[in-house]
Design a protein around this ligand. Structure first.
Ligand code: ADP
Ligand code: ZN
Ligand code: ZN
Length: 844
């Protein structure tokens, strides 16, 4: 006799448990359980959540030792089989645990938590009390009190019980250990499906007639309700019945008791966009450029062929229109589409365009939705009620069954890389997932990442794995409008001329002219250059976090200083704690300072400021943009947020306050990021009838990223940038793995970091991989470090890092992962951590 078994990945985040455990499948679940099912299983003394990753048969002998699955948590498995496969691929590629990748794929609402219930044990061997319940003979007064309370309540939540009897935790434990009380555990979802009470009529024809004539004069209201329900004919919400007829719930209930009507709970979807009207739109006639691109895209769709496209189109070239029409084709072929955008709360216009074209067929996965709303949007996808999902990077896991297309807009954006475990890049995951489905991928951008562009140009290039996209280009704007003229303003010259303001004379005049003509201005400030720190003008003291090597950030609202890494906070000082000087200043955010200066220079100017401070509330971002669109502001001032996807007809001037603030960062992508930002910002001006003007203020006017951005010249920028990358063997001419080791004790950490690097070197040498990348071998691996991390201490933990740089067909990830595991084993110390970041985007 054989038994049905399931391999389950359990929700215990530890290295030792990153493998499946075997469980018996009870008869009752046999026909329901699938790969991807979420289950509650016994694990040690606890009940925890897990995911079924495979099913198999097992001989009776082995099965005898196994525990059965306790409960199946959903009828429809939250993860279709293809996502379970994808999770296992991700765990290999990004060197992370399987449970971490599985958890990343389901909505927060389903990350069930264990609830512990306490009840009184029914034990036959113990003496019984007058109610026939067993009791232990000797109970103290306190014990009796607890047992009596639990008995009276039936079963009690553990948390509730310890809150009710806070002084007795030891006693409670003793009762559990002696078996007077027992504990049971269940997995509870964080959010439930939402239901409403609905009423429908339960009698028809003659029956209904008879019912109507049966009411006494006192039951006049009940009769009215029945008449109303007969007239409506379909189930209707109880609330609506009550408000329409002005009756009480009791009246409807009596009707139901007589069997004339039925009241039941009906599941409804929370709709975050309820009541919002989206202006409908129809496909535009394609321009010749769009036509070429479109034909090529739908050829892949029609042939059900997996193909990756890199759509390089200047800002305003009509990429979004191409996405919309390609998706329409995809839907007409009976398949579904995913649209990925960098940060959806920053792109309300994108959502509007998709809702406007596809209406109720679109689910929106929005980071600012409530957990319940997100869960409902997700369920619409899982249950096949929608055909398009739009969202930020995690929407790549939208559980569609028959995926035809994945669109990734602004594919160069760093937010596609998740910085927490699992540290995946949505681009690579999208390509992999599309391959499973035989689906097409469109990577769209005006400034493609060098990795994607290089891969397209070199047929896969050094990114041996994943993909070699087909390059498609769009160089013109359908509107016929020209890309705006861009002027570089040398701020060193301004200084020489005695202008100490943050506005050059040219930008100052530009703003003044816009104010006069009633046109609008967008001012952009690179966030990374400025922060709100506190500095003493007398001695140079800067307030820093005592636990992390980083300066504290000033928060105006609460008038305190906070650490953005660990949350440490202290009141803002009024005198310098070092020297007692009163000349201690709060340097406001860059945007606050610019706002102040604008008010000084242009009295009465209406500035809409958009930064982390003004957009922390839900919906505030949309509100600010709408206000600007309604021309309630002359200037839209902001950080990265204003650079993305905005499209305002009356914006004719764009100013970049300081273009080079990020150029000196120790990050090999600094030039690329600067170029991308400047190109994007410049694209905001003159998108409609009015011609646009752009001023880029900089102290490095001859830097190639600034020069080429001002000329809208992506190709020249790439040529130059690739030269630099090749000279130093940076991606795309190599791949990187960043390994960060951390511990509270510095000397110990240093030793472990050196052990790790030495061990890794030795292993690579044995495999014949180790060697400098500048030799002309097709594959090589180099290890840089260990060195102190750019932020050398966070939350009192010191940090060291090693950078692994390699090229060619080597499984460097596995090697690093194994070596990390051995290093961790050398120090049996829960405090020691090693984190692995494959293809890192943030190098500081
Ligand atoms: P992108 O996504 O490349 O920035 P969009 O799709 O937003 O470009 O298009 C820019 C503008 O051009 C939008 O206002 C859009 O409505 C318009 N547009 C796009 N395609 C066409 C077309 N074929 N005919 C006319 N207008 C178009
Ligand atoms: Zn001082
Ligand atoms: Zn800190």
């Amino acid at each position: 006799m054989t038994y049905r078994m399931a391999k389950v990945i359990v929700d215990v985040p530890s290295r030792e448990t990153d493998r499946p455990f075997d469980y018996l499948i009870p008869e009752s679940m046999a026909s329901w359980l699938e790969i991807g099912s979420r289950v509650a299983v016994p694990f040690g003394r606890r009940t925890i959540q897990g995911f079924v990753i495979s099913l198999h048969e097992q001989p009776e002998m082995d099965a005898a030792r196994m525990k059965p699955i306790q409960e199946m948590l959903d009828l429809l498995p939250p993860l279709p089989q293809d996502l379970v496969e994808l999770a296992s691929w991700m765990s290999r590629k990004y060197a992370c645990s399987m449970i971490a990748t599985l958890q990343a794929m389901i909505p927060t609402a389903l990350k069930g938590k264990t609830e512990r219930y306490i009840s009184v044990a029914d034990n036959d061997e113990l003496p019984q009390d007058e109610e026939g319940m067993s009791v232990l003979p000797i109970l103290t007064d306190e014990e009796k009190q607890i047992v009596a309370y639990v008995r009276a309540s039936g079963h009690v939540l553990m948390d509730h019980l310890s809150a009710r009897f806070p002084a007795y935790p030891g006693i409670l434990k003793g009762l559990l250990r002696r078996g007077t009380l027992t504990e049971s555990q269940v997995i509870k979802d964080k959010v439930r499906k939402k239901t409403i009470k609905s009423v429908s009529v339960a009698v028809q024809g003659d029956e209904a007639e008879a019912a109507l004539s049966s009411f006494t004069a006192q039951a006049k209201r009940q009769k009215e309700v029945l008449e109303f329900l007969l007239e409506v004919g379909i189930p209707i919400s109880l609330q609506e019945v009550l408000s329409t007829l002005g009756v009480t719930a009791g009246t409807v209930k009596k009707l139901a008791e007589k069997g004339f009507a039925v009241i039941e709970d009906v599941e409804v979807f929370r709709d975050p966009y309820q009541g919002r009207h989206f202006k409908g739109s129809t496909p535009l006639e394609r321009t010749p450029e769009q036509e070429n691109v479109y034909r090529r895209l739908i050829a892949a769709l029609d042939a059900h062929r997996h193909e990756v496209f890199l759509l390089h189109g200047v800002t305003g070239s009509g990429k979004t229109e191409v996405y919309l029409q390609t998706i329409e084709r995809c839907i007409s072929l009976g398949r579904q589409a995913i649209v990925l955008v960098p940060e959806i709360s920053l792109t309300p216009q994108m959502v509007e365009r998709f809702k406007g074209r596809f209406g109720g067929k679109v689910a929106v996965m929005h980071s600012r939705l409530s957990t319940g709303e997100r869960y409902d949007e997700w369920r619409k996808i899982r249950e096949g009620r929608v055909e398009v999902a739009i969202g930020a990077r995690s929407a790549v896991f939208a559980p569609f069954q028959n995926l035809g297309l994945i669109v990734m807009d602004e594919e160069h954006e760093t937010s596609y890389k998740q910085e927490e475990t699992p540290k995946y890049h949505a681009r690579d995951v999208a390509v992999r997932r599309a391959r499973q489905h035989g689906a097409a991928v469109i990577l769209g951008s005006a400034t493609p990442s060098l990795e994607s562009y290089h891969a397209a140009r070199s047929g896969g290039g050094d990114r041996h794995e994943e993909f070699a996209p087909v390059l498609l280009e769009m160089k013109q704007r359908p509107s016929g409008s020209q890309l705006p003229a861009v002027q570089i303003v040398d701020m060193r010259e301004e200084l020489k001329e005695g202008n100490r303001s943050m506005f050059s004379r040219a930008l100052h005049q530009g703003i003044a002219a816009r104010l006069e003509r009633g046109e609008q201005t967008v001012l952009f400030l690179n966030r990374r250059g400025y922060s709100t720190f506190v500095m003493c003008r007398t001695c140079g003291y800067v307030a820093g976090c005592p636990e992390c090597d980083i300066s504290l950030t000033y928060h105006q609202k609460s008038n305190n200083l906070r650490c953005h890494y660990c949350g440490y906070a202290e009141p803002a000082p009024s005198v310098c704690p070092e020297c007692g000087s009163e000349h201690i200043r709060y340097f406001g955010t860059g945007t606050q300072r610019v706002e102040g200066e604008l008010a000084k220079l242009f009295p009465g100017i209406r500035v809409i400021r958009m930064d982390v401070d003004t957009t922390s509330e839900k919906g505030s971002h949309e509100k600010l943009l709408q206000a600007f669109r309604d021309k309630k502001g002359d200037v839209l001032l902001g950080t990265q947020m204003v650079a993305k996807g905005l499209d305002f007809p009356d914006v004719t001037l764009v100013g970049v306050i300081a273009a080079d603030t990020a150029l000196n960062f120790p990050d090999f992508r600094a030039a690329e990021k600067t170029f991308q930002l400047l190109t994007q910002v410049a694209g905001r001006a003159g998108r409609h009838q009015l011609p646009g003007e752009v001023f880029i203020q900089t102290y490095m006017p001859e830097h190639y990223s600034i020069v080429h951005a001002s000329g809208h010249d992506y190709t020249s920028f790439v040529r130059e940038e690739l030269k630099h990358r090749r000279a130093l063997y940076y991606p795309p001419y190599s791949r990187l793995i960043l390994v960060t080791l951390s511990h509270e004790k510095l000397p110990l950490l240093l030793r472990m970091a050196e052990n790790f690097a030495g061990d890794l070197r030795a292993k690579a040498q044995r495999l014949g991989w180790f060697g400098s990348l500048d030799r002309l071998t097709p594959s090589a691996l180099d290890i840089l470090g260990p060195v102190a991390s750019p932020i050398p201490r966070i939350k009192n933990r010191y940090r060291f890092q090693c950078m692994v740089k390699y090229r060619g067909d080597l499984d460097a990830v596995s090697l690093v992962r194994e070596t990390a595991a051995t290093t961790l084993d050398q120090l049996k110390d829960g405090d020691f951590q090693i984190s692995i970041d494959v293809d890192p985007q943030m190098l500081m």
